[in-house]
Design a protein around this ligand. Structure first.
Ligand code: HEM
Length: 235
C-alpha cells in the first residue's frame, strides 16, 4: 500500500472495506494510540541506553568503533546499515532488558476463572505482568543487574515477544504492535547520536555519579535528567 498510516486509514474509510463504519473519531483515536504509545516509550528507552553507555565508557567506545568503522564518511547511518551492527543491536536489547520502558506492561483482565501455579484466579481480575523482574531473574540471567550487551551477541534471546525471559513489549497476541518501529527508531537514533558525537559529562561529574532512579508512572522515565556534553566528531 502506498502512503503513510494517515493515507491508508483515510483510504480504508473511503473504500468502506471494514465490517463496521470507520469514522474520523476512530482514526483520531488510533493515531493518538500510536503517538502516545510510540513516542514516550522510545524516548525513555533512549535516555536509559545513553545513561548505561556513559556509565560504562569502554562499552561506549566499543559501540562507537563499530558504528564509525561502518559509517565512515557517510552522513547518517540508515536502516540498511543496522544489519551490519551486531554490537549496536546487542546494546539496544540489553538496555531494554535492564530498563524496560513499560516495566509492568499494560494492565490486563482475566477473561474467565483460571488457575496459575495452584492459585485460583477469578475472572475479571486485573493482571500486572512484572516484565522488569522477569528480565532480572537470577535463575535466568547471569550477572542479572549488570549492563552487559555481550550476552546478546551469542544468545538467540530477543525482546520482540518471542522468548518469555525477555518481554519489554509484552508477549502473545496482544503484545505491542509497534515493535518493529520501536526497534528501528532505537537502533537508528542510537547509532547516529553515538556515532556522530563523543559524549562528555559536565565538569565535576564522574561516571559513578550517574544514577538509575526512576519516576513513578506507567512509562519508566529516569528521575534525574541525564545532562551530557556532545562533541561533534569530524570524520
Ligand atoms: C521501546 C518502545 C516501546 C515499548 C517498550 C512498548 C511496550 C508496549 C507494551 C508493554 C505494550 C502492552 C503489551 C501487552 O499488554 O502485552 C504496548 C502496547 C502498545 N504499543 Fe507499544 N511499546 C513501544 C513502542 C511503540 C511504538 C513505536 C508504537 C507505535 C508506533 C507502539 C504502539 C502500541 C500500541 C498501539 C499498543 C496497544 C496495543 C493493544 O492494546 O493491543 N508502541 N507497547
Amino acid at each position: 500500500m502506498e502512503g503513510d498510516i494517515v493515507d491508508i486509514l483515510l483510504r480504508i474509510k473511503e473504500n468502506g472495506t471494514t465490517s463496521f463504519e470507520l469514522t474520523l473519531d476512530h482514526i483520531k483515536a488510533l493515531l493518538m494510540n500510536i503517538i502516545a504509545g510510540g513516542s514516550d516509550t522510545v524516548s525513555a528507552a533512549l535516555v536509559w541506553a545513553m545513561a548505561a553507555l556513559v556509565k560504562k565508557p569502554l562499552l561506549m567506545k566499543k559501540l562507537q568503533a563499530e558504528i564509525r568503522q561502518l559509517a565512515g564518511e557517510k552522513d547518517l547511518v540508515d536502516e540498511k546499515d543496522i544489519e551490519k551492527l551486531p554490537y549496536l543491536r546487542a546494546v539496544v536489547k540489553e538496555s531494554l532488558r535492564l530498563y524496560p520502558p513499560a516495566p509492568l506492561l499494560v494492565p490486563r483482565e482475566t477473561a474467565k476463572k483460571c488457575s496459575v501455579n495452584g492459585y485460583e484466579i477469578e475472572g475479571g481480575s486485573t493482571v500486572y505482568v512484572n516484565a522488569w523482574a522477569i528480565a532480572r531473574d537470577p535463575a535466568m540471567w547471569e550477572n542479572e543487574d549488570e549492563f552487559l550487551p555481550e550476552r546478546f551477541l551469542e544468545s538467540g534471546l530477543d525482546p520482540r515477544g518471542q522468548t518469555p525471559e525477555l518481554i519489554p513489549f509484552g508477549f502473545g497476541r496482544r503484545r505491542c504492535p509497534g515493535i518493529g518501529m520501536a526497534m528501528a527508531e532505537m537502533e537508528l537514533a542510537l547509532a547516529n547520536v553515538v556515532g556522530k558525537f563523543d559524549w562528555e559529562l559536565p565538569v565535576g561529574m564522574k561516571e559513578e555519579d550517574i544514577d538509575f532512579e526512576v519516576l513513578p508512572g506507567i512509562t519508566m522515565h529516569k528521575k534525574n535528567a541525564l545532562c551530557l556534553l556532545p562533541k561533534l566528531v569530524i570524520a
